[in-house]
Design a protein around this ligand. Structure first.
Ligand SMILES: Cc1cc2nc3c(=O)[nH]c(=O)nc-3n(C[C@H](O)[C@H](O)[C@H](O)COP(=O)(O)OP(=O)(O)OC[C@H]3O[C@@H](n4cnc5c(N)ncnc54)[C@H](O)[C@@H]3O)c2cc1C
Length: 474
């Protein structure tokens, strides 16, 4: 197994302008150790992931310098000079253990997460969701980080990746342009993406297989796709609802012209009612065994993971709001009761091709002293990003002490996310949020509701056992 301590293989790093003498550059007072300790770590980006990473590394006695470009430079979405800014909704999604997002939060609490501690402290009423007072949340996290003796906050944009230090890169979905250019030099421009065009994903056992059929187009190869056939009437009703559905408005900085290959379905439908029947819903080469005929249109579902418990709607990238996706896509035959584990989206997002680049410890395979954290690793969402910060900070701290990497088991939601981003089939890698489909299935056939409860119980037991083991070896 790769311990993560192999010699650096690639030197695609620009050098020269990375701050060595951090003292003059920090707005605050330089803390005790002026970066001469072996256990020193640089964290780039003071968002949810960067703060969590800095905190976890500092808890292991490392000297951390956390670089944040605000307030000198704001991304198009960031407005608050504080660290840990929530750029959009103030909801961190469900807090319930029946929900994958709730389970992820509980695991983070179990691991001593800074972000969860302050999210819980700043909670405001929002039903089953965990919503926070965003100003207080950002201000409290900032105060915690700034008052930690072995973390120094430097308000500065980093444009080049440091050429020798242990470093956690957590610059987020809106990584500054100069830093993104530095990253492409480091990893190759084909491995850093700037937009995602995501199709919805549904749980396999929520698809009504009596209404669908398995086949590949023209019966080529194995019948890998689940095909949802639509009659002409069903197709026109679907197009009508798609056209009238509510869409997420474009942000000013997202006025992108999508590539033809990842055009939102609703935009295609606006070009003419038949466009989709000649595009992602084309039926050619597919015969419905129930009618012996080619359907009027077909939605194809493609297997998403090796466990085959998740399927994505091929070519259905969309800007419909989440409730509208649920309403309109549930009209597709076979998807009436579909459980959506990820909704479609199209937005600006800087992220890596993690399956090729990263170890499960979030280290760059070619340069193990470089760690990535947060949304840039290919997860999606506030808490998912914080979780990847926790792992990266923990691993980076261990790396400075020659400790072996210690990843949470794949049966936990944190471990499931790590497995997804580092072990997914490499072609067409797309960001993912927490969901039960990324966990290894339980043996035997178990009813859906019970399955979630059992997966949650297993995950909580395993994260707690992992934590205990970690504390013993610390
Ligand atoms: C417009 C928008 C809306 C979103 N809405 C939601 C939502 O409602 N719910 C949800 O769960 N997720 C949402 N997300 C996703 C969300 O951004 C991430 O889930 C989460 O904030 C990512 O955390 P992070 O720490 O990886 O990045 P961020 O929180 O973005 O933090 C990155 C930090 O790095 C700093 N930085 C960037 N480049 C440099 C540099 N070169 N040098 C120094 N500092 C740098 C930035 O200023 C920022 O403070 C949204 C994303 C965007 C872009």
């Amino acid at each position: 197994m790769d311990s993560g301590h192999s010699p650096e293989a690639n030197s695609g790093i620009t050098t020269g302008c990375f701050p060595q003498a951090i003292t003059q550059r920090c707005n605050g007072v330089q803390k005790t150790n002026p970066m001469n300790s072996k256990k020193e770590i640089i964290v780039i980006g003071g968002g949810l992931a960067g703060c969590e990473a800095a905190w976890q590394a500092s808890k292991q006695g490392c000297m951390v310098v956390l670089y944040e470009m605000k307030p000198g430079l704001f991304s198009p979405a960031h407005k608050n000079p504080d660290l840990a800014e929530l750029v959009c909704s103030n909801s961190l999604r469900s807090n319930s253990l029946e929900n994958a997002s709730g389970l992820l939060k509980e695991e983070l609490r179990c691991c001593g997460s800074l972000i969860m501690q302050h999210a819980d402290n700043c909670r405001i009423p929002a039903g089953a969701a965990l919503a926070v007072d965003r100003k207080k949340f950002a201000s409290d996290v900032t105060a915690a980080i700034e008052s930690k003796a072995n973390i120094t906050v430097a308000r500065e944009e980093i444009t080049t990746i440091p050429d020798s230090k242990v470093c956690v890169i957590a610059t987020g979905p809106l990584t500054s342009d100069a830093c993104a250019a530095g990253l492409t030099r480091l990893i190759g421009k084909e491995f850093l993406y700037f937009h995602d065009a995501i199709s919805p994903i549904v749980e396999a056992d929520s698809i009504d297989l009596h209404k669908t059929f398995r086949a590949s187009r023209y019966n080529k190869g194995t019948p890998d796709y689940i095909n949802c056939p639509l009659s002409q009437d069903e197709y026109y009703m679907f197009i009508n609802e798609l056209l009238n559905a509510e869409k997420v408005p474009l942000k000013e900085f997202e006025t992108l012209t999508p590539y033809e290959g990842c055009m939102p379905v609703e935009l295609m439908a606006e070009r003419g009612p038949e466009t989709l029947a000649h595009g992602p819903m084309k039926p050619v080469g597919l015969t419905d065994p129930q009618t012996g005929q080619q359907p009027y249109a077909v939605v194809q579902l493609r297997q998403e993971n090796k466990e085959a418990n998740l399927y994505n709607l091929v070519g259905f990238q969309t800007r419909l709001t989440w409730p509208e996706q649920k309403r309109v896509f549930s009209m597709i035959p076979g998807l009436k009761k579909a459980e959506f584990v990820r909704y479609g989206s199209l937005h600006r997002n800087t992220y890596l091709h993690a399956p090729l680049l990263l170890l499960k410890s979030l280290q760059l395979k070619t340069q193990p002293r470089i760690f990535f954290a947060g949304q840039i690793t290919g997860v999606e969402g506030y808490i998912e990003s914080a979780a990847m910060g926790l792992v990266a900070g923990l691993q980076a701290g261990r790396y400075t002490q020659d400790g072996d990497p210690v990843s949470p088991p794949a049966t936990t939601m944190i471990g499931g996310l790590l497995s997804y981003i580092t072990q997914s089939a490499s072609a067409n890698f797309q960001p993912m949020n927490a969901n039960f489909g990324i966990l290894p299935p339980l043996p035997g056939r178990i009813p859906r509701k019970k399955k979630k409860r059992l997966l949650t119980e297993r995950a909580l037991q395993d994260i707690s056992a992992w934590q205990k083991k970690l504390n013993k070896t610390a």
